[in-house]
Design a protein around this ligand. Structure first.
Ligand code: DGL
Length: 288
C-alpha cells in the first residue's frame, strides 16, 4: 500500500479552493509572492454561499472539491475560504486524508491568520467580521487564544456582505447601510477594539466601504498576504512537497462549478486580471 502511494507522487499545481470568488483575493497575493508555482483554482459557485449552510453541507461540498483537486494532480490544496476552513478542514485532515492520499496536504486560512493577527492590537481587543458559519464555529476565538491568550476576541456575523459582493452591489450606495450596520454592532460590543480582521476572503472587495465606516484609529487586516507568507514558510519547511509543486512554466488555471461566462466577468474583478475558466461538475462519490 505504501509503495503504491509513493509511485503516485507526481508534480502538480497547488490547488486553491473557495466557495466562489473570495479565494481569488488570496490567490492574487499568493501568486504575487510565489510566482514560481503552478496554481489550479476551483470555485464552487453553483453552491455558494457556504456561510449560511450547515456543517454537514459545507463539509461534504469541501470534501468533493478537495478530492477533485487531488484527482487533477494537486499535491497540496489551500482552503482559501474561512467557512470551509472552520467547518471542514479538521475532519478532512484527520478522517479523510489518510484514505484519499496520506502524502497530500490540505491547509486552511484560520490558523495562519490567528498566528499573526494578535501582533496588530495595542488595546488587546480584536473584532472579527465573518460569515455566520465562521462566527458560529468559534474557530477564531479558539485559535487566537492559543497564540495570544491575553487578547479578547469579539465576533460579528455579516450575512449580507457576501450577497452584496456576489451580486456585484459592493460599490453601490445601498451597500453602505449594511457595511455601517455590522461595524457599529461590532463596536457596540466593545469600543476598545483597535483591530478588525476581515475573516472572509470576499470582504477585501468591500474594503473601500469598510474603511469609510471604520474609525481611523482601527487597523483593518485582510488575509491574502498573511496566507501567502504562511504558505511560503510551509513550503520551505517541507522541501519534498515544495519539489512536487515546482514546475518549469508557471501557469494558473481556473475552474468553476457554475456557468463560466458569469464567473469570468466577476472573477476578473476579484483577481485583477482577465480570467478564462472551465466548467466542472463535481460528483458526490457516495452517489457514483
Ligand atoms: N469566502 C468565504 C469565506 O472566506 C465565504 C463566502 C461564502 O459564504 O460562501 O468565508
Amino acid at each position: 500500500m505504501v509503495s503504491y502511494f509513493y509511485t503516485m507522487q507526481t508534480k502538480g499545481p497547488i490547488g486553491v479552493f473557495d466557495s466562489g470568488y473570495g479565494g481569488l483575493t488570496v490567490l492574487k497575493e499568493i501568486v504575487q509572492q510565489l510566482p514560481q508555482y503552478n496554481y489550479m483554482y476551483l470555485g464552487d459557485n453553483a453552491r455558494a454561499p457556504y456561510g449560511t449552510r450547515s456543517f454537514e453541507s459545507v463539509y461534504q461540498y469541501t470534501l468533493q472539491s478537495v478530492r477533485w483537486l487531488f484527482q487533477q494532480g494537486c499535491p497540496l490544496v489551500i482552503l482559501a475560504c474561512n467557512t470551509a476552513s472552520a467547518k471542514a478542514l479538521r475532519t478532512i485532515q484527520q478522517n479523510d486524508l489518510p484514505q484519499l492520499d496520506p502524502h497530500k496536504r490540505v491547509l486552511g486560512v484560520i490558523r495562519p491568520t490567528s498566528e499573526t493577527v494578535g501582533n496588530s492590537t495595542k488595546s488587546k481587543q480584536i473584532g472579527i467580521l465573518a460569515t455566520n458559519g465562521t462566527v458560529q464555529s468559534n474557530s477564531y476565538i479558539l485559535e487566537i487564544e492559543k497564540f495570544f491568550p491575553d487578547i479578547k476576541v469579539y465576533q460579528q456575523a455579516c450575512p449580507m456582505w457576501v450577497p452584496l459582493i456576489e451580486n456585484n452591489e459592493y460599490e453601490a450606495d445601498g451597500a453602505d447601510y449594511f457595511v455601517e450596520k455590522y461595524i457599529q454592532e461590532l463596536l457596540q460590543q466593545s469600543p476598545e477594539i483597535d483591530t478588525f480582521l476581515l475573516a472572509c476572503t470576499h470582504y477585501p472587495l468591500l474594503l473601500n466601504k469598510i474603511k469609510k465606516h471604520t474609525p481611523s484609529h482601527i487597523n483593518i487586516i485582510t488575509q491574502g498576504s498573511i496566507v501567502a507568507k504562511s504558505l511560503e514558510d510551509y513550503l520551505q519547511r517541507h522541501p519534498e512537497l515544495e519539489n512536487l509543486c515546482l514546475q518549469e512554466n508557471s501557469n494558473i488555471s481556473f475552474f468553476t462549478t457554475d456557468a463560466t461566462e458569469f464567473f469570468d466577468v466577476q472573477a476578473t474583478k476579484f483577481f485583477g486580471k482577465n480570467i478564462h475558466s472551465t466548467h466542472v461538475q463535481l460528483i458526490n462519490q457516495k452517489e457514483e
